[in-house]
Design a protein around this ligand. Sequence first.
Ligand code: NAD
Length: 479
Amino acid sequence: MTTQVIGRKMYLAGKWVKRDRIIEVRDPQDNSLIDTVPAASVEDMIQCIEEAKEGARVAASMPVYKRMEIIHKAADYIEANDEKFARTIAREGSKTIREARKEVKRCIQTLRISAEEARRINGETIPFDQMEGSENRVGYYYRFPIGIVGAITPFNDPLNLVAHKVGPAIAAGNAIIVKPSTLTPLSALLLAEAFDEAGLPPKILSVVTGYGSEIGDVLVTHPDIRMISFTGGVEAGEEIIRKAGLKKISMELGSNSPVIVLEDADLDEAVESTVSGAFWAAGQNCIGVQRVYVQESIMDAFQKKFVERTNQYCVGDKQSELTDMGPLITEKEAIRVEHLVNEAVEAGAILLTGGKRSGAFYWPTVLTNVPEECRIAKEEVFGPIVLLYPVKDLDTAIEKSNAVNYGLQAGIFTNNLQKAYKAIEKMDVGGIMINDSSDYRIDAMPFGGVKKSGLGREGIKFAIQEMTEPKVVCFKLCN
Ligand code: NAD
C-alpha cells in the first residue's frame, strides 16, 4: 500500500503547527514510512500549558448544551469519515482493519456517551442540620471542572483511549492536553481534527506530538496541570507518580489477566472466547487473556480445542479483510516476546503451537507446563502468548489467579452460581466477567484495576467524577 507522506501538523492550543524537528511514523508490518509529525519541544509544551489556562476558563463557562453539541458533532465527523479513521489505526498501529473498524465504532460511542453524561454532572443537597448549631443552614454541593487535564496515552488503542480522556474532559468543562504515543500519533491528531471541525473553541484541546522523555516531564510536573490521566505501562506510570507533585492522578496500567474454566462450563464457548481474548490486537491489550486455569477433568479436551482454534488464525497483512492478527508494534517488541517464550521453554515449558517470529510478527503461541517463577508467568507479556494450567478445583484457580502483582480484569466460565459468586468475591480485580473472558468491556462501565494495574477508574461517568471536584455551598439563614 502506498501512502503520500504529507508531514502532519500537531494541534497546539487550537492551531495546526509544523516544526523542523520531526518524528517518523512507520507501519510496523513492513517498516514503511507512513507520515511524519512534529517533535514538540519543551517550549512548545510550556506555551501550550499557558494557552490552556485561558482554554480552561472558556471551557468552564461553556454551557452544557454547547459542550454536548460539540462532542456530538465530533462524533458525527468520525462517523462520516469512519473508514479514514480505521485505515489510519490499521496503518500506524498493529490492529487489523477489522479490529480497527471496531475501535472507531467504540470511539464514536465513547464520545456520544460523554455528551450524554455532561447533562448528568449532578450535586446533592446537604442536611446541615444534622449537627447541633446548624439548624439554620441549608445548602448543597455541585461539581465544577478541575481545570487543565494532562493526558498521556499508549499505542495499542490509539483512538479510543484518547477519546476516553478527551470526551469526559470536555463534557466536564475542562481544558485538556494530550501527549499521544510516539508510535501512533496520527489517530490522536485525527481526533483533534474532529473536534476542530466540530467548532471546539481554541485552547481547550491540544494534541502535542513528541517524545515522552522530552516533553512528558513538563506536562507531568507543571503546577498548572491539575490532573494527570495516564494510560500505559507500570514503569512509566510509577515514574510519573514520583514526579507529579500535588495533582490528581489517574493510572490505567497493565495486567496479565487470568481466566478460569470449570468442568461444568460450555467448552466451545470458553475456547472461542479465550482464544479471541488472548490474540486480539496481537495480544497487545491490557485486558488480554494471558493465563488460563482449566479444571483437570477437562484439560485435555480444552487444550486440544484451544490449539486447533489457534492454528486457524490467519496472521498477515493488516489491511486484508481475511487477516485475524497483525504484527506487534515494533520488531523490538516481537524480539522481547520471543525471548520471554524461549526463556520459558528452556525452563521446562511445553510449546503447543506458535513460537515463530518474522520481523515484527510473532505467531499466536500456546504454552503449558510453564514454571511459575518464569517472567512470562508473572509479568505482563503484552503479546500473543497464552499459558494453560490444569488446576484441581476453583479454590486453587483463584489462589493462582491472585498470585501476581496485577489485577485489572478476570473471567470465569461456569454454570454454577455458587462458584461464580465465590470467584466474584475472592478475585482481586477491577472487573470480573462470568462466562466471558477477561477481554470484555463496554465504554460506559467503570474500568480500572487494583494492585499494579492502576489507580482510579475510567468509563465516561467515572472519568468525569475524577475530572471534577465538589464545591460546597452553605446558606446561613436569618431567623
Ligand atoms: P508506555 O508506558 O511505554 O507509554 C505510554 C505513554 O507514556 C506514551 O505516550 C509514552 O510516550 C509516554 N511516556 C513514557 N514514559 C513517560 C514519562 N516518563 N513521562 C511521560 N510520558 C511518558 O506504554 P505503551 O507501550 O504505549 O502501552 C502499553 C502499556 O499500556 C501496557 O502495559 C498496557 O497494559 C497498558 N495499557 C493499559 C490500559 C488500561 O486501560 N489499563 C489500556 C491500554 C494499555
